[in-house]
Design a binder for this molecule. Structure first.
Ligand code: NAI
Ligand code: 15L
Length: 269
């Protein structure tokens, strides 16, 4: 696949979309913006819902690749997740297939495997092929997205890199985030690698910085050419002084997904 230049950025009005609108043009991309909300200061952005198949088809026409960030980004009632994340992602894949676009970079999430116990002490890092253990309907929708990506690769030759993002914000704000943080700069580096690496088929990677307290294995991300430059450790002393160390007896501290595993409360079973 030739290096993509024009990229459709869905979810352009969101937190991560806003960070990437600032950072990705430095890599030479021309971004076409898409979101259900208007994108501030961007009159040419496409304002449309992922449920609007016609708008999606027009939005992807002629782009080289799609960076798919749009969707509900936290736990929500199943019906809402179904519409935005499950049907919405399906609609996008159909539009991309119909328009013959070669690659999607999909914002998956650590919450697809959120019920996995976090490694402690000398435990090995969590591998990328650890069994899926969604911690929410939200996490379940990301597991669906990864499987949809695999189907479209196997059946239609449409490539995807599914990025199980940890926490991509300007800085880590919790002790858990010391392990799962991805700096915005590393986020842009990883998305760039995912957009340009050759022959990715469907590749699943974890998305985080090179944190001293990292919980998962970045091998598949590095294989794309990703070289993280940041580490959350400079934030550790202050965050631990304010919040205390993670408590292994607290399920919201001892699983990859953090508070997503307990909020809403675990159903009786
Ligand atoms: P966000 O909630 O700030 O942004 C999501 C954007 O998607 C919003 O602007 C929203 O208007 C748009 N959107 C929602 N439903 C839509 C629909 N039906 N049609 C069109 N647009 C729609 O979320 P954030 O933090 O920017 O995350 C971006 C993506 O990355 C999400 O898919 C999220 O699940 C994923 N992610 C983000 C992480 C993070 O640390 N920021 C961690 C893991 C995954
Ligand atoms: C996510 O998937 C969310 O979209 C983001 O808002 C954070 O909560 C992040 O995971 C996290 O796990 O910290």
């Amino acid at each position: 696949m030739p290096a993509p230049r024009t990229v459709l950025l869905t979810g352009a009005a969101g937190g991560l979309g806003t960070l990437m609108r600032d950072l990705l043009p430095e890599y030479g991309y021309e971004l076409r913006l898409f979101d259900v909300r208007p994108v501030e200061g961007e009159p040419n952005a496409i304002t449309a819902d992922l449920g609007d198949r016609g708008a999606l088809r027009e939005a992807v026409r002629g782009v080289d690749a799609v960076l798919h960030l749009a969707g509900i980004s936290l736990e929500a009632p199943f019906e809402k997740i179904l519409r935005a994340n499950i049907e919405g992602t399906y609609n996008l894949y159909e539009a991309v297939r119909e328009e013959g676009i070669g690659r999607i970079v999909f914002a998956s999430s650590n919450h697809a495997v959120g019920f996995t116990p976090a490694p402690r002490g000398t435990d090995p890092l969590i591998p990328i092929d650890t069994p899926r253990r969604p911690d929410t309907f939200y996490g379940l929708s990301k597991a669906f997205g990864e499987d949809l990506a695999q189907l479209y690769w196997d059946k239609h030759g449409l490539e995807t890199v599914s990025v199980r993002i940890g926490s991509c914000f300007a800085r880590p704000t919790s002790v858990r985030m010391l392990s799962v943080w991805m700096s915005p700069g590393d986020g842009a580096r990883l998305f760039h690698a995912a957009l340009t690496a050759e022959d990715v088929g469907h590749t699943v990677v974890y998305g985080s910085s090179a944190n001293t307290r990292l919980w998962w294995d970045l091998t598949t991300a590095r294989a794309l050419g990703y070289e993280p430059r940041d580490d959350s450790e400079p934030y550790a002393e202050k965050l631990i002084a304010e919040q205390g160390e993670l408590d292994p007896q607290n399920p919201a501290h001892s699983h990859l997904g953090g508070h997503f595993v307990t909020d809403p409360p675990i159903w009786p079973h």
